[in-house]
Write a protein that binds this ligand. Structure first.
Ligand code: 3MF
Ligand code: MG
Length: 343
């Protein structure tokens, strides 16, 4: 049992291709994934714009909305909600050099078109959250873009989206690198800065992904804490990451259990979810995973989360208080480690 609601995106169940090798698992249709997500205990689905409406570049606005409504029907039939829509700008040839911060005015215009369509799709799916993972908003060649101009372009794009629809909320998902070398908005702190610079900071917040924080050399729990303190943690992508290397999207908790515990602890202590926020996963099966186990990283992540939630419920806050009073953090640390190691 859990006090939280859970969400997952269709890209979490993939064919397993990586930069050095081809697909290793069969393709599963969106509808079959949705049916399975429900069976596995999820409450909502996260979407890229083109997860919901493939081939959208070649469709009229009306056709896009009609297709999104069809997906909404599938969600309704399976008792699942849509959590958010994220424009998948990084896959498009228009966005080779970035999207909102591209050096090309036409390509920046295209990015805004896709952002508007993502808002239309979100409305058709019955959700008001737009997630922006700013994948290529940064540089490979440091001199190729001015960080000053680029950040201003970014704020401009957010303002356009906020003006296009007065009810949407924008969740920026920061990541310090990959596929770019230096991104313009790498941590939750950057997200807060960008939010404050928009015409409506109350509608611009963050989605924190554990692995992205680790890639920035930060503790994901501390990043979660910062966003919670600002009242801006509107989504999470829980997963794990073994140090500073390629983005691994490992199952939640499998690399750093104590960090995972502290993420859950902060979420519980601060009433995350009380405003309808979901515990979102962004996890990848290992490439070695066979077809019949292609969902196991999801069930493993859910199980680890729930076990950690139970550990938080058992957590002895009076002992924590005593240790803090006596400034005996060695004792507190051992207590936490034993709590995690025992049963
Ligand atoms: C990349 C990510 C992305 C985002 C997704 C939704 C493909 O590191 O985390 O996953 O989470 O695009 O915003
Ligand atoms: Mg993510």
């Amino acid at each position: 049992m859990s006090n939280f609601k859970f969400s997952v995106g269709p890209w979490n169940v993939s064919e397993g291709a990586d930069v050095y090798g081809p697909e290793v698992r069969k393709t599963i249709s969106l509808e079959d994934k949705i049916i399975m997500f429900k069976k596995l205990g999820f409450d909502a689905v996260q979407f890229h714009d083109d997860d919901a409406v493939p081939n959208m570049n070649n469709m009229t606005n009306e056709e896009i909305i009609a297709e999104a409504k069809h997906v909404k029907k599938i969600l309704d039939e399976n008792g699942l909600a849509a959590e958010f829509v994220a424009p998948r700008l990084w896959m498009d040839p228009h966005c080779t050099d970035g999207a909102f911060t591209s050096n090309s005015p036409e390509d920046r215009e295209f990015a805004i078109w896709r952002a508007y369509r993502s808002i239309d799709i979100a409305n058709a799916l019955g959700c008001n959250k737009i997630v922006l993972w700013l994948a290529r908003e940064g540089t490979l060649c440091a001199e190729s873009k001015s960080a000053v101009t680029a950040v201003k372009y970014l704020v401009e794009a957010l303002n356009k989206m906020l003006t296009y629809d007065k009810k949407i909320k924008i969740l920026i998902e920061p990541k310090p690198n990959e596929p770019v070398d230096r991104s313009f908005c790498g941590t939750i702190g950057h997200v807060m800065g960008v939010s404050a610079a928009t015409i409506d900071p109350s509608r611009v917040g963050g989605l924190l992904e554990s692995a992205h924080a680790v890639l920035a050399g930060l503790d994901p729990a501390n990043e979660i804490g910062f966003a919670l303190a600002m009242g801006k943690l509107w989504g999470v992508h829980l997963n794990d990451q073994n140090g500073l290397k390629f983005d691994q999207d490992r199952s939640f908790g499998v690399e750093n259990l104590r960090q995972a515990f502290n993420q859950v602890k902060l979420l519980v202590e601060n009433g995350y979810g009380k405003n309808g926020e979901y515990i979102g996963l962004d996890v990848k099966a290992m490439r070695t995973t066979r077809d019949d186990a292609g969902w196991q990283h999801l069930t493993n992540s859910l199980e680890i989360f729930r076990i950690l939630e139970a550990k938080v419920a058992k957590y002895d806050y009076s002992f924590q208080e005593k240790c803090i009073k006596e400034r005996n953090y060695e004792a507190l640390e051992l207590y936490v480690m034993k709590l995690l190691m025992n049963g």
